[in-house]
Design a protein around this ligand. Structure first.
Ligand SMILES: NC(=O)C1=CN([C@@H]2O[C@H](COP(=O)(O)OP(=O)(O)OC[C@H]3O[C@@H](n4cnc5c(N)ncnc54)[C@H](O)[C@@H]3O)[C@@H](O)[C@H]2O)C=CC1
Ligand SMILES: O=C(CO)COP(=O)(O)O
Length: 338
């Protein structure tokens, strides 16, 4: 897919909650969409009953949306290939798909995370594993809780790509009466914002689980935005990106919605559940911040950036710090100006 023409043939790899929902958006926008599911029975149910109850219960999927568990069939002739798998498995998944990728297809990451061990953003992982230039990689990120979009509630998002024409083509391919994408060329900022907001949603969930109210939430959201912006500035992102849909927009949506898996996970930790207990309650869906809190913390350390909320979330998730002492740690920091 090149130039400013809408993508007509789009493949979505991953039929979880966001992959299925984004495939519906693309199909509703008039694109010819094939959705790849890991399990044959999920693909079969989408084709025959137009439902994916494990991930988007009660949602009627468009009849034009085709699903398959055959990656070869899914990717044949695709102008854009959308990667809708968790951040920490993207490398492994994409390595398997790499030989099947149509050469000039725009590769679109929906994942919000930073890879453990390499500390790479998802677009970096995609460009490396697919062996394509960075301007062939796009990202979609914004306040995009899948179940609200699946219910066709009005939502905006950002389509980011360093190649503006590709961003415009993808924007056209996913614009519907309920979904309004804006373009942006600041891939670094858009991706960091998406990864960090999951960590802040864990923190807000913990606060909610401890019984704290809106002052605490607002304080965490605002200071979370400050530390995310600091990291972005150190990595060359445009600071204004963090005030946009993929920054503040997604941060507010995720930190305040009971639909967020990250916020819900944090709330369970705040109520005193262990990591394993909270994990059991996710219905197999991913809460990216649980792993990304560690990779973002390490990335920040490499760049000499202070991220106190991320630090506390990491310690609560992985170093046995209780949420109450975690809150005390944040409140007890050295006094400073805003
Ligand atoms: N659900 C949402 O509201 C939104 C999710 N996202 C992001 O999209 C990405 C995908 O999220 P969801 O679709 O929500 O996740 P999910 O947990 O609902 O689904 C994950 C999908 O990846 C597939 N998959 C393939 N290989 C896998 C492996 N090795 N391990 C686990 N799953 C594997 C699963 O079968 C499943 O179809 C995440 O990075 C998430 O942060 C972004 C915006 C909205
Ligand atoms: O990214 C999301 C909303 O924009 C979804 O958040 P959760 O992964 O926490 O459900």
């Amino acid at each position: 897919m090149t130039g400013a023409e809408p993508a007509r043939k789009v493949t979505v790899l991953g039929a979880g909650s966001w992959g299925t929902t984004f495939a519906k958006v693309l199909a509703d926008a008039g694109s010819d969409v094939t959705l790849w599911a890991r399990r044959a029975e999920v693909a079969e149910r989408i084709n025959t009953e137009h439902q994916n109850p494990g991930y988007v219960p009660g949602v009627a999927l468009p009849e034009s949306l085709r699903a398959t568990d055959d990656a070869v069939e899914a990717m044949h002739g695709a102008e854009a290939v959308v990667l809708a798998v968790p951040s920490q498995t993207l490398r492994e998944n994409l390595a398997g798909w790499q030989p099947l990728l149509p050469p000039d297809a725009t590769l679109v990451s929906l994942a919000k995370g930073v890879e453990l061990s390499t500390l790479k953003r998802m677009s970096e992982v995609v460009a490396e594993v697919a062996d394509v230039p960075m301007d062939q990689v796009a990202v979609v990120s914004g306040p995009n809780l899948a179940m609200e979009i699946a219910g066709e509630q009005p939502t905006a998002t950002v389509v980011a790509c360093t190649d503006h024409d590709r961003a415009v083509a993808l924007q056209a391919a996913c614009s519907t009466g309920y979904f309004r994408p804006y373009t942006n060329t600041d891939l670094v900022g858009i991706e960091l914002a998406g990864a960090c907001k999951n960590v802040m949603a864990l923190a807000c969930g913990m606060a909610a689980g401890l019984g704290y109210g809106q002052n605490t939430m607002s304080s965490l959201i605002t200071r979370g935005l400050a530390e995310t912006t600091r990291l972005g500035a150190a990595l060359g992102a445009e600071p204004m990106t963090f005030a946009g849909l993929a920054g503040l927009g997604d941060l507010v949506a995720t930190c305040t919605s009971p639909l967020s898996r990250n916020r819900t996970f944090g709330e369970r930790l705040g109520r005193g559940e262990t990591l394993a207990q909270a994990q059991d309650a996710t219905n197999g869906q991913v809460a990216e911040g649980v792993k990304s809190c560690s990779s973002i913390r390490e990335l920040a350390a490499h760049h000499g950036v202070e991220m106190p909320i991320t630090e506390v979330v990491h310690r609560v998730c992985h170093e046995d710090l209780g949420p109450v002492p975690g809150a005390a740690q944040l409140l007890g920091r050295e006094r400073k100006s805003e």
